[in-house]
Design a protein around this ligand. Structure first.
Ligand code: G4P
Length: 549
């Protein structure tokens, strides 16, 4: 099926223009908005593709998954992504799942796949109601998995865990459960248990029924893998030892209290676990069914003052991502918003909470990679791309009738710093515009000081790949090629104006102002920081882990 990348299934049909709050409530109830989080290479792209395959969005696996040398991915968009075979951009894939008439709507919000490029992922997590943590069966929990998991805990996002690559030799299932419990503090509550050790994946024991779900390989995992439900007696007769072991281990889990409890899951105390193989499409149906059964639908969202915005209130949404220059055919600027309440109707003029100005929504799209389709109606939980949204910034709220301002999306502590200078001083205007644009989109944080001047701002990033994106965009999109000189800092702390005069004279310390007015003191390392804290015992130096922007 070469050339047939994806077919986005329109799951929203046009309705009457005055759609009530009741409609918003009903539509929200059948929606599940989630992200797959994982360390690179755990199989996120493969799983995304497998999920879409199960929902029949694509006919054959291999279309989304886009590592270098394969068919191009729908979530890749930039030249450097193509060259590296990684995914930097984020958008949402929407598809229907379930029997006709009772079809649920799944919004899979795509997250970047590279360990370096993590700030974007954190923002995406502001837009989801749950997360699927994908763990490589041979590697267990990896650094990026842990970081992302921390963000989920911080935000109160319930996490489902999928142990992937069970078709390959890996750790023991019980050992993996111990690791999850010990390192995340979450009690794992397996819903399925593997039959056959890692590398000899026969199927899973469905713990709620005790049945064996047998998986059958298809050629290259390219189509939905057939499953057969087998009674425990027959499973014992046909599978023998591996089945007996699975039953024994499942009983052990039960004795240890590792049984699903919906409240504990929603409160972030437990994580339901499934076993699968994304590449063989094993366990993927179970994941979709579990998301529908257990993952929370969109609920009321708290505004900046902590008051909940009801689902049936008039339309409201917030921007969680801004993206420009997605590909040469569409050189525009897209603001991705997550709908929080009411019904989004394309063409409605909404209010931009930050400025109080009207914002026209004539051009609203669903975007996943290069695929775009117009969105006429959207409901709580949905992600909509607003075209030419030059006035919008990450974290901004939009509303109709009843004003609301959702809390700002946290920006994370930068760890990499570089001075940007235009290569051609005659193109200063383009340089300034480009830097401003990248700052607004949150591609990098921009720090300035009188000492360095406007011609040489400091770019700050969570991961160094953000610099590459900035360089690429400045050159290609704004016509202002830059040089980046890395600075020897690795730590930033927030300080206050009265401390600047005390900090500046310290060696190895520099204070700069971020676009949002925050004063950041930069340090070479933790040792330098502790020296300064020792010399200035009262100094204000707040960590930036989740500083609001
Ligand atoms: P990512 O998006 O999380 O970075 O991971 P991705 O899906 O690209 O998968 C990383 C590698 O792991 C790929 O192999 C992929 O085929 C493989 N993989 C994903 N899921 C499974 C699974 O369930 N079982 C096995 N055995 N492998 C899996 P690769 O070597 O990069 O490419 P290729 O082998 O597909 O050519």
């Amino acid at each position: 099926m070469v050339g047939c990348a994806t077919r986005l299934v329109p799951v929203t049909s046009p309705g009457p223009s005055a759609v009530s709050g009741e409609r918003a409530v009903a539509e929200a109830a059948r929606r599940r908005t989630f992200a797959v989080i994982s360390h690179p290479d755990a199989g996120k792209s493969t799983l995304t593709e497998a999920l879409a395959l199960h929902a029949r969005v694509i006919q054959e696996a291999g279309a989304i998954h886009g590592k270098a040398g394969r068919k191009s991915t729908v979530s890749d968009w930039m030249d450097i992504e193509k060259a590296r075979g990684i995914s930097i951009s984020s958008a949402a894939l929407q598809f229907g799942y379930g029997p006709p008439g009772r079809e649920a709507v799944v919004n899979l919000v795509d997250t970047p796949g590279h360990a370096d490029f993590s700030e974007d992922t954190y923002r995406v997590l502001a837009a989801v109601d749950s997360a699927v943590m994908l763990v490589d069966a041979a590697k267990g929990l990896e650094p990026q998995t842990m970081k992302l998991f921390d963000v989920c805990r911080h935000r109160g996002i319930p996490v489902l865990t999928v142990i992937n690559k069970w078709d390959r030799p890996g750790l023991e299932a019980l050992q993996l459960m111990d690791e999850i419990r010990d390192r995340t503090g979450l009690e794992p509550t397996p819903l399925t248990w593997p039959v056959g050790i890692a590398g000899d994946f026969r199927g899973v024991l469905e713990r709620s029924t005790g049945d064996f779900i047998r998986f059958t390989r298809t050629a290259g995992g390219a189509t939905v893998a057939p499953e057969e439900r087998v009674s425990p007696d027959r499973a014992l007769a046909e599978e023998g030892e591996p089945w007996a072991t699975a039953v024994e281990e499942s009983e052990l889990l039960e004795a240890m209290g590792q049984v699903h409890d919906q409240d504990a899951f929603l409160q972030g105390r437990t994580t339901p676990v499934l076993f699968g193989s994304a590449v063989l499409n094993f366990g993927v149906r179970q994941l979709l069914d579990t998301l529908l059964a257990l993952a929370p639908p969109p609920g009321p969202r708290e505004d900046g003052a902590g008051a909940p915005r009801r689902i049936d209130a008039p339309f409201s949404a917030f921007v969680f991502k801004i993206q420009a220059g997605m590909d040469s055919a569409h050189r525009d600027r897209l603001a991705y918003v997550r709908v929080c309440s009411g019904v989004f109707e394309r063409g409605t003029v909404v209010t931009h909470a930050a400025t109080g100005k009207p914002f026209a929504t004539k051009y609203a799209q669903q975007v996943f990679g290069r695929e775009r389709s117009t969105v006429d109606l959207a409901y709580p939980g949905d992600v909509v791309g607003l075209v030419n949204a030059t006035a919008l910034r990450v974290g901004d709220s939009l509303y109709v009738e009843e004003p609301v301002a959702f809390p700002p999306i946290p920006s994370f502590a930068p760890e990499h710093f570089a001075v940007a200078r235009g290569k051609d001083s005659g193109r200063y205007k383009q340089f300034r515009r480009g830097i401003e644009q990248l700052e607004q989109e949150g591609v990098v944080q921009v720090l300035r000081s009188d000492l360095r001047g406007d011609q040489a701002p400091v770019l700050a990033a969570v991961g160094p790949m953000q610099f590459e994106v900035a360089e690429h965009r400045m050159n290609g999109e704004f016509g202002a090629a830059i040089t980046l000189d890395r600075l020897p800092y690795s730590l930033a702390r927030r300080t206050t104006r009265e401390w600047v005069k005390h900090l500046d004279p310290q060696s190895g310390v520099e204070v700069l102002e971020r676009g949002d007015g925050a004063l950041l003191a930069l340090f070479a390392d933790a040792w330098r920081l502790s020296r300064v804290q020792r010399d200035l015992p009262d100094v204000v130096l707040e960590p930036l882990v989740a500083a609001s922007s």
